[in-house]
Design a protein around this ligand. Structure first.
Ligand SMILES: *Cc1c(COP(=O)(O)O)cnc(C)c1O
Length: 495
C-alpha cells in the first residue's frame, strides 16, 4: 500500500516519502506525518531472527513506499556498515535489572548517527527519483550531536552542501572540536551567540521565508533539513526500538507479546516520538518514560497539560537536551487532537506568539502512554557514580538523566515491567562531567588527559572519533549573532 504524508498544519497533502524527505519541513511550517500509521507485517517469531539491517528494511519499507526494495537495501547497506564499531549496530546491554540500548556506536559516538548515517543516502536517492535539478542545501540547528553526525553524513556527498549552526557556549568541548574540525569542501559550521532554541527557531524561519526560497531556486539550490523534523530522520529511529524488542525476545528476557517500558532522555522529542511510532507499529510498549534535565518543559507539560517555554534556559551537563521548544511534540499534539489541523495550528500559533499553550482535557486523557520526570545536574552526576559503583558500567550524562528518571518512576509506581533505557551518547563525549561524577569533584586536567583517565577507569577503549581529534586541524571559525543567520547563509551560498 502506498504511503503518503501530510503537513500537521494542513496545507500539504498526498506528499510522497521521497518528497517529504527532500523538503524536510512543510512550507506552512508544519511537520510531515504519515497519512495512516502502518503495522509491522512480520511475526515476533520472525522479528527475533532479524539482524539490524534486516529489521531496518522491515520498518522502512512500510514508510518509504516510493523507494524500491533495491534502493532501500542499498541505502541501508551503505549506512550500517564498518562506520559502526560493532556488528550489532545497536547492542542491548543488561546491567543488573536494567537494559541499556547503546545507540552510540556510530562514527560520531551519539545516537544521531543511527539516522544521520542513512539520511544522506535516502536524500540523494530521493533527488534522483524526483528528477531534482537543484542542489540541496542542508540547513541544521544543533544542540551538539546532530551537527557533527549530519556533517559526517553529508561531507563530500555530490550535489549537496551543509550549514550547521550551534550555540557557542552550549556544547561540550569534545562536541565543539568534532564540529570545527570537520573536513569536506561542502561543509560549513557556524557558532551563534544564542542557545539551541535561537538556532532552531531561526533555521525554521529560513525554511518559511518564501522570498529566500525564490532566490535560492534562481541559482539552482533548495533547502532541506537534517533535524528530526525531517521524516527521513524519524523513521530510521523507529528501527532500533523494533530491533531492541527482537533482541529482548531472542535473549529470552521476555516472551512474545510481553510489554516493555522504554526510558528516553529527551530534548527535541524526536527519539521518544520514534518509540511512540514503534508502539503504533505493534511493538508492545507499555510506558514511554520521558526524561528531562533541568529544562523540564516536557515534565511540566505531562503534569499540567500546559506547555510553557517562558522560563530561564539553563545550560546543563547534558547539553544535547538543553531545549525549551521541543519541535517534534507538534506531531504528538496533532495525533492527540485527532489530526485536527486547525486545532493544532491554533496551539502552535499560541506557542509562537505567547510562548505557551494548554491542551484540552480530552487530549490530556490520551497521554496515558507517557510518564514524565526530570533529573537535576546533581542527580545526574550522582547517578553516574552509583551506576559505576553498582554495575561497573560508565554512562554519559544524558543516559544518566534517563537512568535517574527511571529510578523515580520505579519508586513511584512499583512497576516491574522490563525496561529499556536508551543510551544516547558515549561517556567520552562528555568526559569532563563524567569524570567529575566518578571522582566527586571537577577535574583540572586538559581535555585529552581527561580522556586518558576515563579510559583507565572505564576500561572501555577510547573511540576512534575521539582519538582522531588529537591532531585534527580547526577548519571552521565562523561566529555570528542569532539575528545574522540569514545573512551568513546568503554569504556562504554566494547570494
Ligand atoms: C539529541 C540528543 C538527545 C535528545 O534527543 P531528542 O530526539 O532531541 O529528544 C539526548 N541525548 C543525546 C546524547 C543527544 O544527542
Amino acid at each position: 500500500m502506498e504511503m503518503f504524508y501530510k503537513s500537521t498544519r494542513g496545507d500539504e497533502k498526498q506528499v510522497t516519502a521521497s518528497q517529504a524527505i527532500l523538503k524536510g519541513l512543510a512550507l506552512d511550517g508544519g511537520l510531515f506525518v504519515p497519512e495512516k500509521m502502518p503495522k509491522l507485517d512480520i511475526s515476533f517469531n520472525q522479528l527475533k531472527e532479524l539482524d539490524y539491517k534486516e529489521t531496518a528494511y522491515q520498518v522502512m519499507k512500510l514508510f518509504f513506499t516510493d523507494y524500491s526494495e533495491e534502493e532501500l537495501k542499498t541505502c541501508i547497506n551503505n549506512a550500517y556498515d564498518y562506520k559502526f564499531d560493532t556488528k550489532e549496530i545497536a547492542p542491548l546491554v543488561k546491567k543488573g535489572e536494567k537494559y541499556y540500548l547503546e545507540l552510540f556506536h556510530g562514527s560520531t559516538i551519539a545516537f544521531k548517527d543511527m539516522a544521520l548515517s542513512i539520511l544522506p543516502y535516502l536524500m540523494v536517492t530521493a533527488a534522483k527519483k524526483n528528477n531534482l535539478k537543484n542542489k540541496i542545501v542542508i540547513l541544521t540547528a544543533t544542540s551538539g550531536d546532530t551537527g557533527k553526525a549530519a556533517l559526517a553524513g553529508f561531507a563530500n556527498v555530490p550535489d549537496t552542501s551543509i550549514i550547521v549552526f550551534y550555540p557557542k557556549d552550549g556544547v561540550s568541548s569534545i562536541q565543539e572540536m568534532q564540529m570545527v574540525t570537520q573536513k569536506g569542501d561542502n561543509t560549513n559550521v557556524v557558532a551563534i551567540h544564542g542557545n539551541f532554541d535561537d538556532a532552531q527557531t531561526n533555521v525554521k524561519k529560513l525554511f518559511e521565508d518564501s522570498q529566500l526560497q525564490e532566490e535560492l531556486s534562481q541559482v539552482g539550490l533548495q533547502f532541506s533539513s537534517a533535524n528530526s523534523i525531517n521524516i527521513g530522520r524519524l523513521v530510521p529511529q523507529i528501527v532500533y526500538y523494533v530491533y531492541a524488542y527482537g533482541q529482548m525476545l531472542k535473549q529470552g528476557e521476555i516472551i512474545e507479546g510481553e510489554s516493555i517500558n522504554v526510558v528516553v532522555p529527551t530534548g527535541n522529542f524526536g527519539n521518544i516520538l520514534a518509540a511512540y511510532y514503534a508502539k503504533h507499529l505493534g511493538i508492545p510498549i507499555k510506558k514511554l518514560i520521558c526524561a528531562s534535565n533541568e529544562n523540564k518543559v516536557l515534565y511540566d507539560f505531562f503534569q499540567t497539560g500546559c506547555y510553557n517555554k517562558n522560563r530561564t534556559f539553563t545550560v546543563t551537563n547534558s547539553p544535547s537536551m538543553d531545549i525549551l521548544i521541543s519541535s517534534n511534540l507538534e506531531r504528538l499534539i496533532y495525533s492527540l487532537c485527532e489530526e485536527n489541523e486547525t486545532a493544532n495550528k491554533v496551539l502552535m500559533n499560541q506557542l509562537k506568539e505567547q510562548g505557551s499553550y494548554c491542551i484540552t482535557k480530552e487530549m490530556q486523557e490520551k497521554l496515558q502512554d507517557f510518564y514524565g520526570n526530570f533529573a537535576t545536574q546533581e542527580e545526574t552526576l550522582h547517578t553516574i557514580q552509583s551506576i559505576f559503583k553498582d554495575d561497573n558500567y560508565v554512562i554519559d550524562t544524558h543516559t544518566a538523566v534517563a537512568t535517574c528518571v527511571y529510578g523515580k518512576y520505579r519508586e513511584e509506581t512499583r512497576d516491574t515491567t522490563k525496561t529499556i533505557i536508551v543510551s544516547t551518547a558515549s561517556p567520552y563525549k562528555f568526559a569532563s562531567s563524567v569524570l567529575e561524577a566518578l571522582e566527586g569533584k571537577a577535574t583540572l586536567r586538559t581535555e585529552f588527559e581527561q580522556i586518558e583517565e576515563l579510559e583507565k577507569i572505564s576500561k572501555v577503549p577510547v573511540p576512534k572519533a575521539v582519538e582522531e581529534l588529537k591532531d585534527a586541524l580547526v577548519l571552521h571559525n565562523r561566529v555570528c549573532d542569532k539575528e545574522d543567520m540569514k545573512y551568513i547563509v546568503k554569504k556562504i551560498l554566494g547570494l
